[in-house]
Design a protein around this ligand. Structure first.
Ligand code: AP5
Ligand code: MG
Ligand code: ZN
Length: 209
């Protein structure tokens, strides 16, 4: 299955995509993770993306569409994938519909208030991108997967978080209607605890198999 995870920043797209990709044996394609890796590696794409990301703005459509087009051609995508954080504009959604057959769009909904709280309490692994919660780490400072020291993302500062939410409402939320009209939208309440959200996503996807 080719699946999209749609939702505001902090909704739990990355958390849930990682779990569900493991379960289904398909790759997680996170444009955010790919762009952060490009910045770390100092590539041309990374240079183009950095200023936008630091400011909490969207990276230009052409840049992101090119990355996704290339990624979807890889061998590991032939049995399905989860797109985490793409598409994020109507322009991107239209470009995607020309290169991929999407089976379901999971819309993970969470209130703005909880999102601000979640993002300011998030640490991430700089190596594998896994997200952690400071309230659950109990003083642990390393990634459970690879032992790397966890860091705070530059765009998780409170002032940038509010800007990202604004960008979401303006540019990305219209995709809810877009995919609703295509009959692909599956709504999930992302305010529940993590385990319940995973269960709810598996339930809506099961109905499509
Ligand atoms: P990206 O990396 O995609 O960031 P985002 O969409 O802002 O989303 P996040 O990664 O912040 O949140 P998430 O939904 O993955 O939540 P998570 O699971 O971590 O994009 C970053 C930037 O890259 C963009 O601003 C843009 O500049 C650029 N970019 C990327 N894609 C682009 C595109 N397509 N077009 C243009 N530009 C693009 O969870 C958040 C926290 O909450 C974690 O701490 C987690 O542990 C916790 N949590 C998760 N689930 C729960 C739960 N149920 N209850 C309580 N806490 C929870
Ligand atoms: Mg993410
Ligand atoms: Zn890690």
């Amino acid at each position: 299955m080719n699946i999209i995870f749609l939702g505001p920043p902090g909704a739990g797209k990355g958390t849930q995509a990682q779990l569900i990709c493991q379960k289904l044996g398909i790759p997680q394609i996170s444009t955010g993770d790919m762009l952060r890796a490009a910045i770390t590696n100092g590539t041309q794409t990374g240079l183009e993306a950095k200023a936008y990301m630091d400011a909490g703005q969207l990276v230009p459509d052409a840049v992101v569409i090119a990355i996704v087009k290339e990624r979807l051609q890889a061998e590991d995508c032939k049995d399905g994938y989860i797109l985490d954080g793409f598409p994020r504009t109507v322009e991107q959604a239209k470009a995607l519909s020309e290169i991929a057959d999407i089976h379901a769009v999971v819309n993970i909904a969470v209130s703005d208030e909880s999102l601000v709280r979640r993002l300011s309490g998030r640490l991430v692994c700089p190596v594998c991108g896994a997200p952690y919660r400071t309230d659950r780490l109990g003083g642990e400072t390393k990634c459970a997967v690879d032992g790397a020291t966890l860091i705070q993302r530059d765009d998780d500062k409170p002032e940038t978080v509010l800007g990202r939410l604004q960008v979401y409402h303006q540019k990305t939320a219209p995709l809810i209607d877009f995919y609703q009209r295509e009959g692909l939208l599956r709504n999930v309440d992302g305010a529940q605890d993590q385990e319940s959200v995973t269960g709810a996503i598996l339930t809506v996807l099961e109905a499509d198999r």
